[in-house]
Design a protein around this ligand. Structure first.
Ligand code: NAP
Length: 293
């Protein structure tokens, strides 16, 4: 039976560190502050916003919420992001993505209206360049960074290890491939056209699942000694909970099969989701520290 990599423990350690660092900043007259920008009333965005507000309070970070209708124009949203960028008291800004409706098509350009120094969730081209080169302003997307925090907390080394990442999106797979390469791992970045996914997974030391496909990784695709990070949050309306209610989240792994073989596995829920918002708060504190210089 695999050891579970529990997000709660990692998130608490990150929150304690953020709280200690924000207290030091407050003594210097700086209060780390995060602006949240939500367009529309998407249920996922609202749930994530609530969890960020709770975690920000625990990390000593102040917050402000901006709400635009789903029908807002790209210009309105860009104007808001430029104005937040110009606010000296705001150190970080998160725009809930993917943007809804017609805004989605212009998401990349819209996000570039944000100053890279305040882009705490890696949404601008400058942040992507910083992840690519390992230098410059901006931050990696929080979910990609959360995977590294999980490995660090549990002392799982990735230098020299072979890694299979399943999913090549700009928010998870691609930036994580670069971050792990910078840590001397050898990465295979898989996607929907990858041939022999099972062989690639069985040979890896670390498997990161971010395909948004429940049931994709089965027991015959893993090997003893492996670590599995399951990033995916797939909502299944038909899933029956312990209390008899219906609806819940699963990852990409068939958990009960995979955990019999591998050494470490992150559960869904209870894994990387909790770490992601703790990383966001950490990024705001770092942005506030950088503003001192
Ligand atoms: P996405 O943009 O839909 O990307 C999915 C990726 O998986 C694509 O690259 C796709 O390949 C690949 N894929 C799909 N089916 C595949 C298959 N059968 N075999 C191999 N690869 C396959 O998703 P995302 O935004 O990266 O999110 C991925 C998951 O992570 C979602 O469940 C999301 O909810 C979750 N997530 C969690 C957090 C968190 O905090 N824990 C944060 C963000 C996202 P192609 O490129 O070829 O289409």
């Amino acid at each position: 039976m695999a050891k579970q990599l529990l997000g709660r423990e990692v998130a608490e350690a990150l929150e304690e560190d953020s709280y200690r660092r924000s207290a030091a900043l407050r003594r210097l007259g700086i209060v780390p502050r995060l602006a949240l920008v939500r367009c529309g009333e998407g249920e996922d965005d609202i749930a994530y916003e609530k969890s960020i507000l709770r975690q920000a309070a625990r990390g000593g970070v102040e917050t402000e919420c901006h709400l635009l209708p789903e029908t807002a124009s790209p210009e309105e949203l860009k104007k808001l992001l430029s104005s937040i960028s110009g606010e000296a008291k705001v150190h970080g800004c998160l725009v809930f993505r993917p943007l809804p409706g017609k805004l989605a098509a212009e998401q990349r350009e819209i996000c570039n209206a944000l100053l890279p120094e305040k882009d705490v969730d890696g949404s601008t081209a400058a942040s992507a360049a910083a992840v690519y080169t390992g230098a410059g302003a901006g931050f990696p997307p929080c979910t990609a960074q959360a995977c590294l925090e999980m490995l660090d907390y549990y002392g799982i080394e990735c230098r020299g290890k072979s890694v299979a990442i399943i999913g090549r999106s700009l928010v998870v797979g691609r930036p994580l491939a670069l971050l792990l390469t910078a840590r001397d791992a050898t990465v295979t970045l898989c996607h929907s056209r990858t041939v022999n996914l099972g062989d690639i997974c069985r040979r890896a030391d670390l498997i990161v699942c971010a395909a948004a496909k429940p049931g994709l990784i089965t027991g015959d695709m893993v090997s003893p000694g492996q670590t599995v990070l399951d990033v995916s949050m797939n909502f299944l309306p038909e899933l029956e909970n312990a209390d008899g209610s219906l609806g819940g989240f699963v990852g990409d792994t068939v958990y009960e099969e995979v955990e019999k073989t591998v050494e470490y596995i992150s559960p869904v829920p209870g894994g990387l989701g909790l770490v992601t918002s703790a990383v966001l708060i950490k990024h705001v504190v770092i942005a506030a520290e950088r503003s001192l210089k």
